[in-house]
Design a protein around this ligand. Structure first.
Ligand SMILES: Nc1ncnc2c1ncn2[C@@H]1O[C@H](COP(=O)(O)OP(=O)(O)OP(=O)(O)O)[C@@H](O)[C@H]1O
Length: 346
């Protein structure tokens, strides 16, 4: 297969229950390493669509092609061993220890015991479940968040190139949810994997997705990057769907580089000596949200050398000759407002 061949191709997938078409003619293509989020209101067909990818549900029409092969040409059990699957209910085996739960798939695949043990230990450590404390515990001895991490470790254990996740953080309280989501996003393992994740949480979708497939009543409303859905909605449904959270989503989606169009200058700024000692430094790739968070921390630190809380945006990596830009709340919000206006009008 050519190196840029898609990992997953869903072609015209359709599924009915009785006379109700719960997924209607949905298509998408995913490249290696991409994360697609299936988003939409309750009952719009997200789970049905996800489960067609690993043949837990068979489509009435359409095909799923994984690594160039129609999934119907593979036995479902074989297919599923190559695809990690995480669900909200976690589904850990209650009479197996944490380590045994994580090792299930690699053992089924016949991996050597020493390799399975090493992999289990590594994953538990990476997911903040020190094996010396947790490996021999049983699922009922863990909190919901810890069980969720074990579920994720289990899905990653055999290092499958594809991971499907169905509301993986859905059962968690909001604070645990945010912190696990952050851990999840920063897991180096997942960067290389092709991920399809179901959620109805808009913020979660925007935080995790490379692209979002927004569904309503089984039909694709829009498939695109978070930026495209927010600033180029395909129809009124898409526009309405994000209305309540628009500002928060804009703050998370726009990056400093998007709003600082005229900000960098070739001359060294007067403040450059302050920049040299500053700790509040962001790259142009940071989101407006990240800049606001840093500004809010800066406002609580007493030793501000400048009269107002300030963060610095370093010059783009390819232009080290440019001076860093200092930003206060006022200058950041003015730049953000201008960018939103331009993007919305364009
Ligand atoms: N086994 C089934 N038999 C009959 N109808 C079903 C079955 N499974 C799902 N449905 C229906 O299909 C539609 C889509 O369900 P699905 O679970 O895919 O939606 P969803 O978007 O994942 O919803 P939620 O966000 O609430 O989990 C719903 O109307 C549901 O009632």
């Amino acid at each position: 297969m050519p190196p840029d061949a898609p990992v997953i191709e869903a072609r015209h997938l359709t599924r009915h229950y009785g006379s109700q078409a719960v997924v209607q003619d949905v298509s998408f293509t995913l490249q290696a390493g991409e994360t697609l989020v299936l988003l939409g209101p309750s009952g719009c067909g997200k789970t049905t669509l996800l489960r067609m990818l690993n043949r837990l549900i068979e489509p009435d029409a359409g095909t799923v092609v994984i690594n160039g092969q129609d999934v119907r040409q593979q036995r479902p059990e074989q297919l599923r061993r190559g695809i990690g699957y995480v669900i909200q209910q976690v589904g850990l085996l209650p009479h197996y220890t944490v380590a045994e739960n994580v090792a299930v798939v690699p053992q089924l695949l016949g991996h050597p015991p020493a390799q399975v043990a090493a992999r289990t230990e590594e994953l538990l450590r990476r997911l903040h479940l020190p094996p010396e404390r947790y490996a021999r515990q049983y699922p009922h001895q863990l909190s919901g968040g810890q069980q969720q991490r074990v579920g994720l470790a289990r899905a990653l254990a055999a290092d499958p190139p594809i991971i499907l996740l169905d509301e993986p953080f859905g059962a968690l309280d909001p604070i645990t949810r945010v912190s696990i989501r952050r851990e999840f996003r920063e897991l180096p393992e997942l960067r290389r994997k092709t991920v399809v994740l179901v959620t109805h949480d808009v913020t979660e979708a925007f935080e995790l997705a490379d692209r979002i497939l927004l569904l309503n009543a089984g039909q694709t409303q829009q498939l695109g990057t978070p930026h495209e859905l927010l600033f180029r909605p395909a129809n009124d449904f898409v526009r309405q769907f994000f209305e309540d959270e628009r500002l928060g989503l804009q703050l998370r989606t726009l990056r400093l580089a998007d709003v600082l169009t005229a900000g960098f200058s070739a001359s060294q700024s007067d403040d450059s000596s302050i920049y040299q000692s500053a700790t509040n430094i962001l790259t142009p790739n940071a989101t407006i949200q990240a800049a606001l968070e840093l500004l809010s921390q800066a406002s609580t630190t007493a030793a501000q050398p400048l009269p107002e809380p300030t963060v610095w945006v370093s010059a783009p990596a390819n232009r080290p000759d440019l001076a860093p830009v200092p930003l206060t709340y006022a200058t950041l919000m003015a730049a953000f407002g201008r960018a939103v206006q331009q993007l919305s009008a364009a």
